[in-house]
Design a protein around this ligand. Structure first.
Ligand SMILES: [Zn+2]
Ligand SMILES: [Zn+2]
Length: 179
């Protein structure tokens, strides 16, 4: 299905690849230090220095410019949890695609940024409250799916008839099938 592998980036280049690797520092005894090297992300340490205490459990740090190596104070946003952090990324993606992060949404099918009215409401998507694909893409998918579905149902019926005929002939019953 779709283009051959390697022709296009999997997301058509819409999601910016994270730039660089996180900077890690060695801090023995830090609650977020990972074994065995006591590594702690530098952005966590910068945020904690600004806060004056350890980050609460579950809190995450967002890099405003998308660069993982830019741990300047003003490039970091402390997020109370993953949901808040994820929301920042959703809005940044909509803005990067030229949309309004509060009224538009990005379609995961056609990759267009469209007003939220072009999507079906979906409470599961906490940030936009609309489905991941626009109405047009959803309708196209459903058309496709329905066609495939009838095909399988038809072939299932044919297979059932063949099985019946085979079992009858095995039982010694003469069967004539009319076309
Ligand atoms: Zn982030
Ligand atoms: Zn779409």
């Amino acid at each position: 299905m779709g283009a051959a592998k390697g022709c296009l980036p999997w997301n058509k280049g819409l999601r910016a690849a994270p730039k660089g690797r996180y900077v890690v520092r060695r801090v023995v005894g830090h609650p977020r230090a990972s074994a065995p090297n006591h590594g702690v992300y530098e952005h966590v340490l910068v945020a904690e220095a600004a806060l004056g205490h350890y980050l609460p459990e579950g809190a995450e740090i967002h890099h405003v410019d998308g660069s993982r190596t830019n741990n300047a104070n003003r490039n970091l946003v402390i997020c109370q949890d993953h949901r808040y952090h994820f929301g920042l990324h959703v809005r940044a993606k909509i803005r990067a695609a030229g949309g309004n992060p509060f009224t538009d949404a990005l379609c995961g099918g056609c990759h267009r940024v469209l007003p939220r009215m072009s999507f079906t409401p979906c409470r599961g998507h906490l940030e936009t409250r609309v489905s991941g694909r626009c109405r047009e893409c959803t309708a196209a998918w459903q058309r496709n799916h329905k066609r495939k579905d009838t095909r399988t149902r038809a072939s299932r019926r044919i297979r059932r008839i063949i099985r019946l005929v085979l079992s009858l002939t095995a039982a010694g019953v003469a069967v004539s099938v009319e076309a």
